[in-house]
Design a protein around this ligand. Sequence first.
Ligand SMILES: Nc1ncnc2c1ncn2[C@@H]1O[C@H](COP(=O)(O)OP(=O)(O)OP(=O)(O)O)[C@@H](O)[C@H]1O
Ligand SMILES: [Mg+2]
Length: 305
Amino acid sequence: MIKVKGITKRFGRLKAVNQVSFEVKEGELFGLVGPDGAGKTTLMRVISSLLNPEEGEVRVFGLTAKEREKQKDGEASNFGYMPQRFSLYGDLTVLENLLFFGSMYQLQKDIIIQRSEEILELTNLIQFKNRFADQLSGGMKQKLALTCALMTRPKLLILDEPTYGVDPESRKEFWKILYQLNGDGMTILVSTPYMDEAELCTRLAFMNEGKFKALDTPTGLKDTFAYQVWEVVSEAKDPELFKDVRGIYDSSLYGDKYRLILDINMEAGMLIEKQLENKGFAPLRLQRAVPSMEDVFVMIAGGEG
Ligand SMILES: Nc1ncnc2c1ncn2[C@@H]1O[C@H](COP(=O)(O)OP(=O)(O)OP(=O)(O)O)[C@@H](O)[C@H]1O
Ligand SMILES: [Mg+2]
């Protein structure tokens, strides 16, 4: 569905996207995960042919941007794109926004209205159809933006951080809709900074500094994680307590609990106890934990940095 080969996009001297190649197959819900400035938006804009790359080739539905432009039957190869900063018209109602976006795609008014009702039903916005967009909550605004992107009934949907800054409950609901669309056969490429969402993708790429650092299924990424993770509860509250200890690669303090990523070959229990003892503490609880997606990304991001 999407084939990206050796894409490089520069802004001045900065390579925002640096030699990226990958493929999104039909029916996938592919995640693009990475921190701020990783190059996710730039890559999505290149894929959507809003930006021209200096190097490489993008094919969507097997066609280059030029070939798609020439195509008579645009419908067959159309895709929906929801940009990161989507502008809705605050002084128009939900339905009026849809009428506006539909008319931009040159759809007929009766088709727009029929489709709007359908999609608003799907995104649970139907009871708000006469509300001004300005009066929607953050989560609802994002759902309206998604509704607009669905107006042309695309086979492929490209969503750039659609749930950024949205509350957890609304994020869950948004993903339920994505699952439903994906279940109905829509291929989805979505970027996110959230690890719980990364976990929900069929495959995902972790992007950092313009490059893909890893690409696999969520399970595949965790299975190849070659470290051990431990949780430690003690009376210590110093976030730096496990810094610079040989064999401990990462430590974070959440409340009264440390989460540590250690060398797979270390006698972890002994190492942790010794470090606590050195600082005058005893462990209250010490146990090995299952690696999370967050752990995986911490090590991928830190591994080459
Ligand atoms: N139009 C532009 N002109 C100059 N530099 C740009 C432009 N767009 C992006 N950049 C730079 O390219 C890099 C990648 O930016 P991009 O927006 O693609 O990252 P991102 O992964 O989408 O980040 P975020 O999570 O913050 O949205 C950043 O260093 C950014 O400052
Ligand atoms: Mg972005």
